[in-house]
Design a protein around this ligand. Structure first.
Ligand code: NAD
Length: 419
């Protein structure tokens, strides 16, 4: 196990974005300074008895960025390169995202530095339960509520909920969201992030004078977010011409049948090798001609060295932090409309909020209700951001950050500084 690494590209990006936004908002220096730091950060070691009989120790993190607007909310990530800096940056982004949408939450994030695909199911369960035990004092239905993110899913949330509940002597469904339906999950949560992306793309295309029918789509990442975005855009009449995952990318200028592609992935574990497709490198996928590019995998995929070769007119950020500030400037100058992560992928936390509210009330809504409320919240948020961007003469990311940061800052302002 190594020392926690705090420096990360994503954290430098998040801080640079905050500093620019603070300047634009003319924020008081003392509030700006408070926003630059997480409220608390926990580093834990997670020993796991492996199937080999050896004990391996993994490093885990949970960071609460801001608690000023309510309990904290944010995903749990399992990936080999997770570090304290990345988790801190992602927690900060969650603060802006929740505030932008108007949810009563602060931002949090968690992570374990592990390759989940290299572990057996038993090892993953033990890792998840021990990690949950280690961060026990940091989470709770009115304190901090984890959810799935990269490398984690409904099963991970069920293990977390069970571990927490066992220590309380009762079932506590509200401690996590993104749970299986049977233990208090919400209808529509699994599709929520992908569905939210479709609403965001629809509104952006509409504002640019296009409808979705026939638009060519490329999606990087074919997990929870990417596969659902691809399927729902395809259902809306888009032509999905390129997709990729960690094992490779594929291309078909006539478009894929996304249902068949999903069946292929369920069977083989990857989009690679889908019949009738041309294999591509992951880097090349991002540079192929299309109308809509949805990066839905990991951070820093659109950079200074490839942004000038992106040929999409709309980039909808399914992933968190897929575009570096340098690439952002290139895309802006080239007239590409970038729908920023804190707006485009907010569907996940919106339906997580619905799940949390339903759990607290022990009263569950129909899927149609979830979908229409999600659409309404996404539409309102999109319109606010679009209008602010027009008023300020700026891009959508700057406008979204202005709105999110302004609201969090207002919380600090009215609550004052303790003691
Ligand atoms: P996931 O683990 O379900 O899927 C990730 C996908 O990305 C997989 O297909 C994987 O093969 C692919 N991938 C991983 N590394 C890659 C690489 N280097 N190059 C190309 N492809 C790669 O994860 P997810 O939940 O779909 O999350 C994807 C992104 O969306 C993350 O950035 C996450 O933070 C963000 N996000 C997720 C949610 C959610 O509700 N799950 C909500 C908001 C944002």
């Amino acid at each position: 196990m190594e020392k926690p690494e705090f420096d990360s590209h994503l954290l430098r990006t998040a801080l640079a974005q905050l500093d620019r936004t603070a300047l634009r908002l003319n924020l008081e220096p003392d509030i700006h300074e408070r926003l630059r730091y997480p409220r608390r950060a926990l580093v834990v070691s997670v020993p796991v008895l492996m199937d080999s009989g050896k004990t391996e120790v993994f490093q885990g993190y949970r960071v609460h960025h801001s608690t000023v607007l309510g309990p904290t909310k944010g995903g749990l990530r399992y990936a080999p390169d997770v570090n304290l800096g990345e988790v801190t940056a992602l927690a900060m982004l969650m603060s802006w995202k929740c505030a932008l949408i108007g949810l009563p939450y602060g931002g949090a994030k968690g992570g374990v530095s592990v390759d989940p695909h290299a572990l057996s199911r038993r090892e993953l369960e033990h890792l998840t339960r021990r990690y949950t035990a280690e961060i026990m004092l940091f989470i709770g239905p009115d304190l901090d509520i984890p959810a799935p993110d990269l490398g984690t899913d409904e099963q991970t949330m069920a293990w977390m909920m069970d571990t927490y509940s066992m220590t309380q002597g009762k079932s506590v469904p509200g401690v996590v969201t993104g749970k299986p339906l049977i233990v208090g999950g919400s209808a529509g949560r699994r599709e929520a992030t992908g569905r939210g992306i479709v609403y965001a793309v629809y509104h952006a295309a509409h504002r640019l004078g296009q409808n979705l029918q026939g638009l060519k789509v490329v999606v990087q990442g074919f997990g929870n977010v990417g596969s659902v975005a691809a399927r729902l855009l395809w259902r809306e009449g888009c032509v999905v011409v390129g997709v990729g995952d960690v094992r490779g990318a594929i291309w078909n200028p006539h478009g894929f049948d996304v249902r068949q592609l999903e069946a292929h992935v369920a069977e083989s574990g990857s989009v690679a090798g889908f019949p009738g497709s041309e294999p591509l490198g992951n880097a090349e996928l991002l540079e192929r001609p299309c109308d809509i590019l949805v990066p839905a995998a990991v951070g820093s995929q659109l950079r200074e060295d490839n942004a000038d070769r992106v040929r999409a007119t709309i980039v909808a950020e399914g992933a968190n932090g897929p575009t570096t500030p340098e690439a952002d400037a290139v895309l802006r100058d080239r007239g590409v409309t970038v729908i920023p992560d804190i707006l485009a992928n907010a569907g996940g936390v919106i339906v997580s909020y619905f799940e949390w509210v339903q759990g607290l009330q022990y009263y569950f809504w129909r899927e149609s209700e979830i979908v229409s409320r999600l659409q309404e919240v996404m539409t309102r948020a999109f319109s606010r951001v679009w209008a602010l961007a027009a008023k300020e003469g700026t891009d959508l990311r700057t406008a979204a950050l202005m709105e999110g940061v302004r609201r969090v800052a207002e919380g600090y302002r009215v609550r004052g500084l303790y003691p």
